[in-house]
Unconditional design. Structure first.
Length: 259
């Protein structure tokens, strides 16, 4: 796969995806989004990939969001993203494999929206989060206006949305946006530790759990409980569903196949 602005590596069962425009704080311009679309399509299709870790190059920024300088220089390009949204992820809801954001600095605007679209966020202690779009005459149209109020108390979310206020990694952790805060040198080991913990579980069980948890959000409890989830049907017929109890009975580690 030919990529110019994103790095994509496969290490065992883990996909490592890196925004690679550190000269502009990993801000994304229109050519980035088709690359991300191809990456996510490959991640979904590759049965050997069980978890993704998403980060930015360097230590300054995860992503500063939309490349405003590029936008100013190309005003005719109004549609900067794909149908799947910013970085091919903010409007995509069919990925049931877990995605970990390793936030290595500023995650603002679209960068914050990307992180919010991930399942787990590990942040460097100098990271900052915010939706500053109104300060430059824009809106957080990549899902931030809807995801942030679902992550934290409404009044706090509205305070951030309406003022463009940024918060620190520690504040984000206290509010429940971030799972763990670590020094920058420990960021990728921490993200890989989370990935390893996920991979101790059966991959199809993980995928079924994510699909059900996310698919049931906003529903009344009984409706969410009764809803039919395709990933649960796949899990129910899987070899791993047999392997798990067998390994437990034999007092050994399970040998997950993802099938």
């Amino acid at each position: 796969m030919e990529l110019k602005f994103i790095r994509y590596e496969k290490r065992g069962h883990v996909a490592h995806i890196t925004f690679n425009r550190p000269e502009v704080m990993n801000a994304l311009h229109p050519p980035c989004h088709p690359e991300m679309d191809r990456i996510w399509d490959d991640f979904v299709a590759d049965r050997d990939l069980w978890v993704a870790i998403l980060t930015g190059a360097g230590e300054r920024a995860f992503s500063a969001g939309n490349d405003l300088k590029y936008t100013a220089e190309h005003p005719e390009q109004k549609h900067i993203t794909s149908e799947s949204g910013f970085a091919g992820i903010t409007s995509r809801f069919d990925i049931d494999k877990p995605i970990i954001a390793a936030v290595n600095g500023f995650a603002v605007g679209g960068g914050f929206e990307i992180a919010l679209a991930c399942d787990i966020i590990v942040a460097a202690d100098h990271a900052r989060f915010g939706l500053p779009e109104p300060r430059v005459g824009l809106i957080a149209g990549g899902g931030g206006l809807h995801r942030l109020p679902r992550h934290i108390p409404l009044k706090i979310a509205m305070g951030m949305i309406l003022t463009g206020k940024q918060i620190t990694a520690e504040e984000a952790h206290r509010l429940g946006i971030v799972n763990e805060v670590v020094p920058i040198k420990e960021l990728m080991p921490a993200a890989e530790r989370w990935a390893a913990a996920i991979m101790e579980c059966a991959p199809l069980s993980v995928r079924a759990s994510k699909e059900a948890a996310m698919g049931g959000l906003g529903m009344p409890l009984k409706e969410a409980f009764d809803k039919k989830y395709p990933a649960i049907a796949r899990f129910a017929d899987s070899k791993d569903r047999i392997e798990g109890p067998l390994a437990f009975a034999q007092k050994r580690k399970p040998n997950w196949k993802g099938e």
